[in-house]
Design a protein around this ligand. Sequence first.
Ligand code: G3I
Length: 356
Amino acid sequence: MRRRQFVLGGLSAGLGAGALPALARTPAKTAPRAAIPFGAAMRVDLLRDDPDYRRAVLEHCQVLVGEGGLKWFDLRPAADRFVFDHPDRLLAFADAHGMQMRGHTLAWYAGMPKWTEAITTKQAAERALYEHIDTVVGRYKGRIPSWDVVNEAISDNPAIDKPMRSSLWQDLLGTQHIDMAFRRTAAVDPKVQLVLNDFGFENPTGQCRAKRTAFLRLVKELKDRGTPLHAIGLQGHLPGEKEIDREGLSRFVSELHGMELAILVTELDVIDDKLPPDPAIRDEIVASRAQAFLQAIGDVVRPEAVLTWGISDKFTWVPIWFRRKDGLPNRPLPLDANYQPKPLMRVIKAFTGATT
Ligand code: G3I
């Protein structure tokens, strides 16, 4: 089956061309290539309420994704009610400005509203999953070209005999829920790019190695069963204090690419709670981690898009879980809290080949 491409402008150019030379060795002037679309996760109210935020998004982004909005607990306050206000507004913004919007996400362990606890049988779970996909994917058919169909399916510490993360879907339907979600999404919108999105692959730790092994095994099983799966979303929430396992990550990406899967970087940021306090030093470490991560991927394949999980340090999820002990604000994103570009933005622009 032909791999679907998340097409934006000249994005399809060069895809599947195999290994790309390392970033550092490919300055744009000697090796021209189409820019990789860059984008970020959005809080849609800020596009309306914060002119600086809106300006930054317009200046830097070609792809948007809701940081929330399409999650079950945002969309579904009650079993019989869908609230599409946020994603509708984000899509309208994207359309009005010639950007594309990604969908995040249809089946996830987290972000489930309380009422879903009443779903306790296999039949009810199947019904709920299908109803959700039919309604949500159906509403945006032909307008959201790429969906994180299943998010974070592999457990944090995957054991050989128990690799999958517990979730409503996994617990009631088993790993088959992944096949079901992908097949149903493909049936509702046959043109959509179907993405399996996950994190925690990039460090030289036993935990990351186990996660890579479990993930590759899952992907291979899905492919063997003929499940429609087009791309892998590497989230890239990078722990700033840890090295990037360049070789391990490149090998992992190469295995995925060998299974005819496209790669997207979907949620890049650098978690800086354990980094030194000095902002300049911290920003350089943040940039260097992202550089190593992107380069390890870029050495193997040209990602179809790079998205950060937020655009400015002013609005980031990181302090929810990784607040710094010294009380200093986190600095995980490409723009600082005053919307000024940081070294991370320089790295991203160099990698994506963007000129702005
Ligand atoms: O909107 C309320 C706000 O009114 C209130 O003042 C505030 C008080 O805490 O909470 C706000 O909502 C929070 C929201 O983030 C703010 O954007 C929710 O409580 C909180 O649960 C929500 O967390 C989000 C989390 O997913 C759970 O959905 C994060 O923003 C979001 O960045 C995070 O995103 C995930 C990806 O979906 C999957 N990969 C990991 C990534 C980071 O955890």
